[in-house]
Design a binder for this molecule. Structure first.
Ligand code: G6P
Length: 367
């Protein structure tokens, strides 16, 4: 049956509201409800034997992979290389046989990602793909497919498929950490509990709609917007900037907060809003001092944080949106939702064609 908008104005709005249920369904698929162990499809190789991973994808899927790099390195102690597929496919990197090629794609048809998959297979990598469309070309050419139950995604700009990809990759991280013997059962239980709480925490984000709309009024007037984040939330800053560019046509750039002083700080004045993706993790103080530097140059700080972070940010920020406090491990998943909602609200104010932005395609099957 044809997919409808179910009373929402755009597919993107509908799909944004599906984040909590899609995260929940995806986790149900990869987590045993009784033992709370990660359940992956049968693998033709042992996770414990994987020496290193190379992650590749395009667009938002690439940013999901970028989060996974932080997770796999820190929690599973796995060396990870990552690049966009259009670069990786021509880089010809030296790879050890038996490594893991981790491909991420909503459609499973993106030309560059598919070409990278074929190249990685030819160089002896085990091919694991995180896909929404499990009947796709990439699914057929992979050794193992991790599916994600996001349902059809119609809006050209990806939303729910992104948090579903992250949910699968978080589960994979736990499985990898356990298989490699570097994650204690206590750590596993802690991370799993944080993950399983996400659907209900995500539901609470929609209560912030009014505040996100108010923030959107500031962003909609800007010509340039700078997004800042650190650690596993840096890719969420990248995702926020990408979404804003794609659907509102406002120029946005994301920087790792600590790198700002090596470039974009020269662009900051009172016309440049700075969107901070800043949960109160161990990196919070570092981000805060970067934001103080931006504020000192007139930049308007628009922050996504939690209550602990808000106490410090309110002094320097024009707007602070307070999210539920969650474990740092799952913060990139939760923070994606308001960041994507902000882009949507800005696009509405700018009157763009939200579901079909100019020059973009849902699935890019040409190089
Ligand atoms: C296009 C879409 C993006 C998507 C990217 C990768 O650019 O507009 O939303 O992230 O392709 O698509 P894939 O299907 O491989 O995830």
């Amino acid at each position: 049956a044809a997919v409808g908008k179910d009373g929402y104005r755009h597919f993107m709005e509908k799909e944004l509201h599906e984040h909590p249920s899609v995260i929940g369904q995806t986790l149900q698929r990869v987590v045993d409800p009784v033992t709370r162990e990660v359940v992956l499809p049968e693998l033709p190789f042992a996770l414990a034997d994987i020496p290193r991973a190379v992650i590749t994808a395009c667009g938002s899927a690439y940013y999901a992979g970028y989060v996974a790099r932080y997770w796999l390195e820190a929690e599973a102690r796995l060396p990870v290389d990552i690049d966009v597929a259009s670069e990786l496919r021509y880089r010809n990197p030296p790879l050890t046989e038996g490594g893991l090629a981790l491909l991420i794609s909503q459609s499973g048809e993106t030309a560059d990602t598919l070409a990278a998959l074929r190249g990685l297979r030819a160089s002896g990598q085990h091919v694991m793909s995180v896909l929404n469309v499990e009947t796709s070309t990439m699914a057929r050419e992979s050794d193992v497919v991790l599916g994600m139950d996001a349902g059809p995604e119609i809006s050209v700009a990806s939303t729910k498929a992104f948090t579903a990809q992250l949910s699968v990759l978080a589960a994979l991280t736990i499985a990898m950490g356990r298989a490699r013997g570097v994650m204690t059962p206590a750590r596993q239980q802690h991370l799993m509990a944080a993950l399983l709480d996400l659907p209900s925490e995500a539901e609470r984000i929609f209560q912030l709609g009014e505040q996100i709309r108010a923030m959107a009024h500031i962003v909609a007037k800007a010509r340039d917007v700078l997004y800042l984040g650190r650690g596993s939330c840096f890719p969420i800053a990248l995702e926020g900037a990408l979404k804003l560019k794609e659907i509102s046509y406002i120029h946005a750039e994301a920087y790792a907060a600590g790198e700002m002083k090596h470039g974009p700080i020269s662009l900051i004045d009172d016309t440049v809003p700075i969107v901070a993706v800043a949960p109160s993790t161990i990196l919070f103080d570092k981000t805060l001092s970067n934001l103080q530097e931006a504020r000192a140059r007139g930049g308007k700080i628009l922050a996504f944080t939690d209550e602990t972070g808000a106490e410090r940010l309110r002094e320097i920020a024009e707007a602070v949106i307070v999210l539920p406090h969650v474990d740092a491990f799952v913060a990139p998943i939760l923070y994606t939702i308001p960041v994507q909602m902000l882009a949507y609200e800005v696009a509405l104010l700018r009157g763009t064609d939200v579901d079909q932005p100019r020059n973009l395609a849902k699935s890019v099957t040409v190089e």
